[in-house]
Write a protein that binds this ligand. Sequence first.
Ligand SMILES: [Zn+2]
Length: 293
Amino acid sequence: MFVEMPDDQFNTRVADQRVGYFSQRVTDLSTYDNYPQRDLINKWRLIKKDPEAELSEPVNPIVFWVEKSTPEEIKPMVVKGIEAWNLAFERAGFKNAIVAKIQPDDADWDAGDIQYNVVRWSSSPRPAFSGYGPSIGNPRTGELIAADIVQEFNAIKRGYNYRKLWGWTPENDPLEQWIISLTIHEVGHTIGLRHNFSASYLHGPREVHDKNITGNTTISSIMDYDPINIAPPGLKQGNYFPTEPGEYDRWAVEFAYKPNLTDEERSELLALSVLPAYRYGTDGDAMGTPGRI
Ligand SMILES: [Zn+2]
């Protein structure tokens, strides 16, 4: 299967070390500049239907399909996880930027078809991850062309074990929150975001169980590897997992996806990076900490 190269009308965005995106390095071979390289953010082509509107639907939304093999009880959780990213895209001026659809049981296309972005499931004998979300970007521009997500059946079993261990109600269900959180994380990779392992600095151990403070999150970025959030004895249980992108994620999406970002807007956004909610550290930072291997 071949995919046609996109046209050259894509608006690139130069990456910055303070905001965690996968990127493509391009080199201007004809410049006298001593730094001829630019890292271009990996992102989807989103164009406002109404360019004048502060909030507009895109001409073409990002579409993710939920594989038909997904257990019935899990399907709505995956849909919520995919569409939760709309909260972040609204910050960038887009309404309904990402749409979830369920693959019909009688679909005549395969979930492996590169023309469809699909949240798929695998049952591996020794799963190393709960999921992963690779994507294909245009090496010349960073434009994302295709993505697929594979999540492990083991993660679903883990969610049912959380229910057994910690109990659940329809209002506070660790299985639902875990699957939503996992899906938001993996979709986050496919819209370009890298890990952010600094996200749990946001709240203290008491505040993290106060929903008046946390809202539907627990940490500043869904791109962390947060374990289940269990209240110590004597404290009312808050959210087990975040079910929305965090403040850092929304800021990062605005940085990459807001159309026609001016230099001034770019500087103002980047200036926020010193605040705790926008703290960022990725794989290299986490794995390279002294005392850890
Ligand atoms: Zn990840």
